[in-house]
Design a protein around this ligand. Structure first.
Ligand code: GTP
Ligand code: MG
Length: 218
């Protein structure tokens, strides 16, 4: 007879990527969703939508990320609120070889703290770790910035990765998955989830385990 412990819980969350053009947002998403990398990826127009699931074995939870990969070019900036407005998580991406992209990522964090849903899980992501010999964004400086932010409210994560080599990419999504309010949502105790998921519930409870899936752009 199947017991409740055989059941994998299922939760669905919206995640948005923000950051200066060419920091590697689309490349991170493609590494995560399709495990591919393109040396000559075209700049995103508007935004792209993809999905991918992960399973957190320790909590027997499958999380489906609905991912909005926004365009970093300045002319698309006004579209961003449409994507982060009802997001549960955001990646603010910078390129470790480009200091101005770190400043831009900090600007996005400021904007999210003002405008995004309360309790949104934010991960500051330094990409292009394979170019560490050309690093211009100092890890200690970033760490200090994140510690100062988290002094007030403990919801900013930090990670570095390389979309090119794949190093650290899955870890970022696992980290976010663990920080999302899965328990509270499943127990029906998350007022934030109700607020964010006003269009459609963020979670389906207790679906049987299923294999990872993804979909392409829209
Ligand atoms: P927009 O769509 O314009 O906002 O840019 P984006 O942030 O989506 O950047 P994209 O993923 O298109 O990558 C820009 C360029 O950086 C591409 O030529 C990628 O091949 C390159 N790139 C992305 N990630 C990495 C990485 O981890 N290492 C290296 N060396 N290059 C990368
Ligand atoms: Mg892009």
């Amino acid at each position: 007879m199947a017991s409740s412990t055989d059941t994998t819980r299922f939760a669905q969350f919206k995640l948005v990527l923000l950051g200066e053009s060419a920091v590697g947002k689309s490349s991170i998403v493609h590494r995560f969703v399709k495990n591919t990398f393109d040396n000559f990826r075209e700049s995103t127009i508007g935004a792209a939508f993809l999905t991918q699931t992960i399973t957190l074995p320790e909590s027997k939870t499958t999380i489906k990320f609905e991912i909005w990969d926004t365009a970093g070019q300045e002319r698309y900036k006004s579209l961003a609120p449409m994507y982060y407005r009802n997001a549960h998580a955001a990646l603010c991406v910078y390129d470790i070889t480009n200091p101005s992209s770190f400043t831009k990522a900090q600007d996005w964090i400021k904007e999210l703290k003002k405008q995004a849903p309360e309790g949104i899980v934010i991960c500051l992501v330094g990409n292009k770790l394979d170019l560490s010999e050309e690093r211009q964004v100092d890890e200690q400086e970033v760490l200090q910035y994140v510690q100062e932010l988290n002094h007030q409210e403990n919801n900013v994560l930090w990670a570095e990765c390389s979309a090119k080599s794949g190093e650290g990419v899955l870890d970022i999504f696992n980290k976010i998955g663990r920080a999302l309010p899965v328990e509270e949502v499943i127990n029906g105790a998350s007022s934030r989830a109700r607020q964010v998921g006003s269009r459609k519930p963020g979670v389906d409870l207790a679906r049987q385990a299923h294999s990872p899936q993804n979909s392409g752009c829209c």
